[in-house]
Design a protein. Structure first.
Ligand SMILES: O=C(O)CCC(=O)C(=O)O
Length: 357
């Protein structure tokens, strides 16, 4: 799904060149090594399509961009005239809805039996967000019996049973060598979680034998409602799985095609939360020059039919400009949301919902 088999060849493609053009560079430090903190390079963003600006201008649209508003949907929908099956719904979610899905993405979505990128290292981790809010630390424990649940839940592919538990800082044994990680650090290291049918990244497929819950009803209802512009009227969209991507300041998602689902007439419903990013929509090969567009918190993108065959990716997250998330910042100002606010100020979350069969 992700990456390219031959990096040297990939460098020569139009998609790779666009990724390089937009990605955030870390200038070398005095010793010639990349700095650990990214410094924005600015870059020319004049060709990046800004659907919010087009909506606000309410004028003639640039060549190649059209409106695909559909009866009864009640929201503006944009599309590219030469890229059928791709739909952009700017500001599809209210600030309240965005806050709700950000909280869910950090609290319930990474809960077992859902798997995350941390599962392979630590086994199943319950209540990570609560542990982070309480400044707890995950430590390896000796006694396997004390972590029965952890072992039982860790039955997924490519993982060994692990025995870890959260402890208070005061419980940490001074000088004792054991594997440990602060819960706050682990939240920052979260890269993906999978809901519903579990996607197995090593096999690039859905592994239906892995324990899983149905995707949450509220998410399925939202996805069905938002899928309408991309759905033929006689068909029904049945959300069966979702991949949640968590992006830190210098993270990017390389160009790829999502091709593991059976029926490509059904859309991928892709929700953006938190910091703004650049999304690249390319062609059926990496040789076609991709179109760059801004995705902001609350925007939803649909990819169905022919658009399912197009390379796409996220080369850049904007954490330096918080203007775009000012509504979120004021909504998340309560004491209970403090950790989430700090997180989302320099992160982006994407929830993409799919029908697998
Ligand atoms: O983060 C995004 O907006 C895109 C995510 C995506 O393409 C994927 O998970 O396949």
């Amino acid at each position: 799904m992700y990456g390219s088999p031959d990096p040297a060849a990939a460098e020569r493609t139009a998609f790779r060149r666009a990724e390089k053009q937009y990605k955030l560079y870390k200038p070398p430090n005095a010793k010639g090594r990349a700095r650990t903190r990214s410094t924005p390079t600015g870059g020319d963003l004049s060709a990046v399509v800004d659907f919010h600006a087009l909506l606000a201008a309410d004028g003639e649209l640039p060549a190649g961009i059209g409106r695909c508003d559909c009866a009864g949907f009640g929201r503006p929908v944009f599309c590219f005239l030469d890229r059928p099956g791709f739909y952009f719904i700017p500001g599809a979610l209210s600030t309240d809805e965005q806050c709700y899905w950000i909280r869910e993405s950090l609290s319930t979505f990474p809960q077992p039996p859902n798997r995350t990128n941390l599962t392979a290292i630590y086994g199943s981790i319950s209540d990570l967000l609560i542990a982070a809010k309480n400044q707890k630390t995950l430590v390896e424990v000796d006694n396997p019996d004390s972590q029965e649940t952890n072992q039982q839940n860790n039955s997924g592919a490519n993982t060994q049973p692990k025995n870890f538990k959260f402890v208070e800082e005061s419980e940490l044994q001074k000088g004792e060598v054991c594997r440990s990680a602060a819960a706050t650090t682990l939240v920052r290291k979260l890269r993906w979680s999978t809901l519903g049918l579990q996607f197995d990244w090593s096999k690039r497929n859905y592994n239906v034998s892995l324990p899983h819950n149905k995707i949450p009803d509220a998410l399925a209802i939202l996805a069905k409602k938002m899928a309408i512009p991309a759905m033929p009227s006689e068909k029904e969209f049945k959300p069966e799985a979702a991949i949640v991507n968590y992006y830190g300041p210098s993270d990017m998602l390389g160009g790829h095609v999502d091709d593991m689902e059976k029926d490509w007439t059904k859309p991928i419903v892709s929700i953006s939360l938190g910091c703004k990013c650049i999304f690249l929509l390319g062609g059926k090969t990496r040789d076609e020059v991709p179109t760059a567009m801004f995705l902001r918190s609350g925007d939803i993108v649909l990819m169905a039919g022919e658009a399912r065959e197009r390379f796409h990716g996220v080369p850049r997250i904007f954490t330096e400009d918080q203007q775009d998330i000012s509504a979120l910042v004021s909504q998340l100002s309560g004491e209970d949301d403090r950790f989430i606010l700090d997180y989302i100020k320099n992160s982006r979350i994407n929830i993409n919902i799919r029908q697998v069969y």
